[in-house]
Design a protein around this ligand. Sequence first.
Ligand SMILES: C[S@@+](CC[C@H](N)C(=O)[O-])C[C@H]1O[C@@H](n2cnc3c(N)ncnc32)[C@H](O)[C@@H]1O
Length: 353
Amino acid sequence: MSGTTPHQVPPTDKLALRAALIERIGGYMTAHSIAVAAELGLADLIGTGSRTSGELAAETRTHEPSLRRLLRLLVAGGIMTEPQPGRFALTEIGSQLRVDSPGSLRNFARMFCDPLFLTSWQGLRHTVSTGERAFDHAYGAGVYDYLAQHPETSALFNEAMSEESRYSAEQLAAGYDFPQAGTLVDLGGGDGTLLTAILRRRPGLRGIVFDSASGVAEASATVNKAGLADRCEVQAGDFFTSVPGHGDIYLIKSVFQDWGDEESLAILRTCRAHMPASATLLVVGTVLPETAGTSTPVMFLTDANMMVTTGGRERTESEFRAMLGEAGFTVQSVGDGDAGPLSVIQAVPALAS
Ligand SMILES: C[S@@+](CC[C@H](N)C(=O)[O-])C[C@H]1O[C@@H](n2cnc3c(N)ncnc32)[C@H](O)[C@@H]1O
């Protein structure tokens, strides 16, 4: 017997445990260092090769000794390597900060250190104490009203969202077996990135991008650029009021996370009221595991991020099932990360009893 009790850990393990917690406590420092690297475009300057801190400082007009310390922190965080003293290269993780990387996260990195998010997270305590959105408490307005009045932040937000959409559109178009014919309606389809990615793979399918007037502002351009104007319409509308009535498949991706349960139910009820009885509804989004774990931390980050910013939330399979059932749908299947990290929930209008 070494003489340790279950509550004592050997000194070396204790050091590692201590470091593991300190690393997490300092998570916002890592986030800031990645955001500054993204802002300066360091990943694009380094590319597939390696650059010295002096070269990078000259090109970014920054203070070399400080930049070198930032680069070392990025090495420690697994974003870069330092193959020789003072020379830096990207890891595979860090390469995703390059603008030309498929699924680039450069603007995502910048966005999460924008005051919009930082202020919201500083109000986490307020949200936890009261259930109110920290963002609204700090700014006296909702996120979307704020974005409408801050065009620069809005542009950054839209760029970051488009990065995510382009990536997940390809994952979904390739990962889900869409039918060869019929009409696919993309509700809250934004700029049409997702629908055009699917229609390109299904020449016999027609499509409708449906979103608010500002949401579809860029959709016609996307459709025309993809050469799909002959089989893809763009429609402006409000999914709380009405949705197109003649679709075969209704797709709604990354929408319910923005809304609380009452509003989500209202959207689903509009779909149920307007879609044909023979149509299929595909809800695409994050499906949280029933109990939290360490294997999918990003899902819990986005859920808490919604809590402090928009007041929306991620949901578990049983929560989705309950909501869809209440709105008059029967769930046929729930995928497991079949669209990249996102899942596809397939439902049909329930038969009237
Ligand atoms: C988080 S975005 C998701 C966009 C797209 N489905 C995707 O996955 O990239 C939510 C979308 O819902 C749209 N939206 C919000 N309120 C709406 C409404 N009342 N009627 C129709 N669309 C709406 C927004 O304009 C936005 O395009």
